[in-house]
Design a protein around this ligand. Sequence first.
Ligand code: NAI
Ligand code: MG
Length: 351
Amino acid sequence: MTNHRIALIPGDGIGTEVVPAARRVLDAVGAEHGVSFTYRSFDWSCARHLREGAMMPEDGLDRLREHDAILLGAVGYPGVPDHVSLWGLLIPIRRGFRQYVNVRPIRVFEGVESPLRSAEPGSVDFVVVRENVEGEYSEIGGRLNRGFPEEMAVQEAVFTRAGVNRVLDYAFTLAARRAGRLTSATKSNGIVHTMPFWDELVAERAAHHPGVSWDQEHIDALAAKFVLDPRRFDVVVGSNLFGDILSDLAAAVAGSIGIAPAANLNPEGDFPSMFEPVHGSAPDIAGLGIANPLGAIWSAAMMLDHLGHPEAATRVTDAMAAVLAATSVRTPDLGGTASTEEFTTELLARL
Ligand code: NAI
Ligand code: MG
């Protein structure tokens, strides 16, 4: 029996509804595969911020460090500005634990309708790999002359050779394990310093991964192709900002943001990696018990894969696909009437 120590951060809103569902699935599939989990739950959230003035305690990262992985629901609550919840919890964890790769798989499952006519179920299956710790989301910059007519703001994008190379290597290696195709998101026609640098590094790293065919697309044209022909992609790699936007677009293509998972990886394993659904805390449906737990469950499957249990991970995604293809049990975001609980119970039956 292998045991893993998992830190749970349910967060706010539907985060507290979908994380328990994912935990039930982990326990069930773990029991079948000789894997057990010791969970520790942290109440870090906007609710905590309102109570205690901070999203997490000062020594938050130290407390997380002793875990093998982190499973997070979502943070965000009306009354706490979004940049506070993001920079008070998610970004410190991503950066402090060198989770420099953000992996977001996209599939249009049988039984799920994409808003796109061109995306027949089963035909869309790709992964967006986002650089997760530098790029456009930098702390470098500032504001001057606040409140005066000459008020100004400057924000510097930061691209380092080491930072770009390591995420590119991850993406090329992933493509080699999949269909062997990589697309790089760029904008070197408009952003004339950082993006040509990015393009040069892509060409350099490509030479180290000869089994992968690759191309590059400007981000605007690429966004259009996600909509017009999402079947053509295998692995798409982009900077922090481009990857962020593309992966939400891709999640919409897949039929519901409620399905989309994400992994924030520290591939070397020096620090715990963090797994979280792409969606937020959904205040509009929080407390109703109807949140789609698939994003959290698929994230938990990615965690299993990362922890060295790929068969258990595939078992979970197969069970997800089976429920969607063979039954009409689904939550309202996918046109069904099932509760989070009912859907999870159906999925457990398929495991
Ligand atoms: P959101 O993802 O929470 O909700 C967008 C829409 O999708 C809503 O109509 C919601 O009901 C629906 N939805 C989302 N997840 C669903 C699920 N699992 N099942 C069924 N329907 C679902 O995004 P929104 O409204 O922009 O943000 C709400 C709050 O969440 C904000 O405070 C925001 O900052 C935060 N947020 C947090 C994220 C995180 O923790 N990683 C990511 C995105 C937003
Ligand atoms: Mg986003």
